[in-house]
Unconditional design. Structure first.
Length: 744
């Protein structure tokens, strides 16, 4: 709050304190009463403020009012400001305060006490407003300035709220890091030749384990309602419970702050009716808090949001915060616009409204409201999901329109303090774009010359991107993702899409890889005969042509609409791998510390297999504590299974700690329970029973910690989340749930 004076004045007033009043509001109260009076001792001037600077009668009346009702403290400073205003307006200063020094008590008694009922009036004598008139002016100003300051304070509460939330996030992340370091001190790293299923690390439960397990079971892990979290409910999605509680707190805070602290009273000089005071205060409050939300909305919507790095929360979490902050701000700006429209129509009717529409600040405010509502309509889940690229382009354009029109809406105010909520939006957007460019340059400073190879297998419906990364300065980590721009199609070169990194292709194929590839060939040939394709000959050719190549980032992509469909089309143009020019921006996202867990379970579907592929190298590392790694993979087609086993799992299933269980969900496959190829533990038909899978993994983990990582269709992710909640309820406190997904 900029000043406590109006608050103190309001308290004094409502406690009925009489005698002299202190503070600028008392001096301004005298000035306000004289605004209802015109004196005839000046030459005609176009503005009343100029005439008040020139009139001696006005100055004497002002000084006598101050002398009658106000304390002396602060008077000289207030008069100095008035002089500066008069110099700027009329090139003159007020007469000195000493011009009333000779007024005696008897002289003051003879001065006319002006009542509010007598105004407006043209006078040729000095006056003093009577006490009732002055009190009404004083009360009006105290309430008005109190409201102005409280609006700003409540607007800043948005920043206080998110500061507390971020501090909680940073604190829990630090605790997790410290806990991880301490846990590494006693965890046993088993020898590789021992059966991983016979080894388990148990941990003694501490006094904090039960409260934390309850927190995970009821707050941190579950969906907000029922079991749907990744799946949409109607035309929208509902975040996890912990995010929903945060959002509910935000909405509640905004509702409360927009509903309290309205000191209305009878006799207000600005707005005589109590209803008008409520409309004015509420309209101002909602407008200011809405504007205060703007920097937060822009920050949460940027992919280079520094809060992501501080808290370790996902981009999806901040996207939810971005959307709900925007929804709250839009509702507030609608109330703000409705309030002012109602007041204008109430006093001036349609003609008054049309006059306001000619004012630059007013029609810009109306446009800003319309633009914000438009963004809200076009951001519904169904449109966002089905036409994301079109949504994104419209979103950016209209967002710029909002910030520009809002900039010109607040230009009516003389102070620049209103722009403190607008300038950061520009700065955040520019900073995000600059960091994006920096990331592209750090991947390859010759950004125009970044090539990649794209292949498309129609049998598995899989696009594979391999991008050389020899010049990457940032390095790669498991679980990260990259934004890819395809430059071959200039019409869509500005569009980009996030893809999770599967792994880094080795610099050469070793003998073991050739042996494993040879082992898979019979199944590959069988799959080719089943589908009627000629990929068997291609497999033989590929085996014969394995040769050294540079290290590359490998992405496994299921083509849908938009950029992925264009990638499929480009990759299908030639029988050989298509050579494309791309921009690579990344890496983004964080790495889940799976290597700190003795037991790791991946529940993935389709191209979600990229997630365990991404982590397997780190889990095989000598610093990893993982002793039991299970991958349950639901895959639609047999062809996709063979494609990924053939190309991507080479050398990754030799470790006895790793077990791959495959479920083929669509192609006809007899579940014969036999061992599969390449050390696949089991190949089954039908969808996996996620509840049973998680329960079995938790049972094998016993009291040891178990990390469950889900990546796949929305239903599979929700089933895994619910299964983890169920396992926690059954007493397995060490279960931790992680979800790898990019949510729009």
């Amino acid at each position: 709050m900029r000043s406590l004076i109006p608050v103190l004045s309001l308290v004094l007033f409502y406690n009925g304190v009489a005698a002299l009043r202190s503070g600028n509001h008392c001096f301004d109260g005298c000035r306000l009463t004289l605004d209802y009076v015109d004196f005839n001792d000046t030459s005609p001037a176009p503005k009343k403020k100029i005439r008040s600077c020139q009139s001696v009668l006005h100055a004497k009346s002002l000084y006598l009012c101050i002398n009658s009702y106000c304390e002396e403290f602060g008077r000289e400073d207030w008069l100095r400001v008035k002089d500066e205003t008069c110099l700027a307006l009329a090139n003159t200063t007020l007469p000195p305060y000493s011009i009333i020094a000779n007024y005696t008590r008897d002289d003051l008694a003879k001065v006319h006490r002006l009542r509010i009922e007598e105004t407006p009036v043209l006078l040729r004598e000095i006056i003093i407003p009577d006490e009732v008139f002055f009190n009404r002016a004083f009360r009006t100003l105290v309430a008005a300035y109190f409201e102005t300051d409280i609006h700003w304070l409540y607007g800043l509460c948005m920043f206080y709220f998110w500061f507390i939330i971020v501090c909680i996030g940073v604190g829990t992340r630090l605790i997790s890091l410290v806990h991880g370091v301490r846990r590494q001190g006693w965890q046993l790293i088993p020898e590789s030749e021992v059966n991983a299923e016979e080894q388990n690390v148990t941990q003694a439960y501490t006094i904090f384990s039960l409260p934390y397990a309850l927190f995970k079971r009821f707050i941190l892990v579950p969906a907000t309602f029922g079991k749907r979290c990744s799946q949409n409910i109607g035309r929208s999605t509902v975040p996890p419970r912990i995010q929903s509680l945060t959002i509910l707190s935000l909405v509640t805070l905004n509702i409360v702050l927009c509903s309290i602290s309205y000191p209305v009273s009878e006799g207000n000089l600005y707005w005589p009716k109590v209803s008008d005071q409520l409309w004015r205060y509420m309209s101002d409050r909602t407008g200011i808090i809405s504007l205060a939300n703007f920097p937060l909305i822009w920050l949460f919507g940027m992919r280079n949001n520094f809060l992501l790095w501080l808290t370790g929360w996902s981009f999806g979490a901040y996207s939810n915060f971005h959307r709900w902050s925007a929804r709250v701000a839009t509702l507030q700006v609608v109330v703000h616009s409705i309030g002012y429209t109602y007041m204008i129509m109430d006093y001036g009717g349609w003609s008054g409204f049309t006059k306001y529409l000619q004012k630059h600040y007013f029609w810009n405010g109306e446009l800003a409201t319309i633009f914000m509502c438009t963004i809200l309509v076009f951001s519904v889940y169904s449109l966002r999901r089905r036409h994301y690229e079109a949504f994104l382009n419209v979103h950016i354009v209209i967002s710029f329109a909002v910030i520009i029109t809002m900039y010109y809406h607040v230009e009516i105010f003389t102070k620049d303090e209103w722009y403190t909520f607008i300038y950061p939006c520009f700065a955040i957007w520019v900073a995000d774009r600059l960091i994006r460019i920096l990331r592209i340059l750090m991947f390859n400073w010759k950004f125009w010359n970044t090539g990649c190879f794209a292949t498309y297998d129609p049998n598995s419906n899989l696009v594979r991107l391999e991008i050389p990364c020899s010049r990457d300065l940032l390095g790669t980590k498991p679980g990260t993702y990259y934004y890819i721009y395809v430059l071959n199609d200039l019409l869509f070169a500005h569009q980009n899409h996030p893809f999770t990194l599967a792994y880094i292709a080795p610099s050469k194929y070793d003998a073991e890889s050739r042996d494993e590839f040879a082992e898979i060939l019979p199944l590959r040939r069988a799959s080719s005969r089943h589908s009627g394709s000629s990929s068997s000959r291609e497999s033989d050719s590929l085996l014969a042509s394995m040769s050294p190549s540079s290290s590359s980032l490998v992405f496994l992509i299921r083509p849908y609409d938009g950029l992925t469909s264009r990638l499929r089309n480009l990759a299908s143009m030639t029988a050989k791998p298509a050579s494309l020019r791309v921009l690579v921006e990344g890496p983004y996202g964080g790495t889940t510390p799976l290597r700190d867990f003795p037991n790791v379970l991946f529940v993935v579907g389709g191209t979600g297999i990229a997630v365990p592929l991404s982590y397997l190298h780190a889990l095989h590392n000598e610093n990893s504590h993982a002793i039991n790694i299970r991958i349950v993979w639901a895959v639609r087609s047999y062809a996709l299974l063979i494609e990924v086993l053939e190309r991507d799992f080479r050398g990754k299933l030799n470790d006895a700690r790793v077990a791959l269980i495959v479920h083929i969900t669509q192609d006809r496959f007899k579940d014969d329970g036999v061992e599969g190829p390449l050390k696949v533990k089991k190949i089954k038909a039908g969808r996996p029973d996620v509840d049973a899978v998680v329960e079995e993994a938790a049972g094998l983990a016993s009291q040891g910690s178990l990390a469950v990582m889900a990546c796949g269709p929305a239903q599979m992710a929700d089933d895994a989340r619910r299964a983890c909640v169920r396992a926690l309820g059954m007493g397995w406190r060490g279960v931790e749930y992680f979800e790898e997904s990019f949510k729009w």
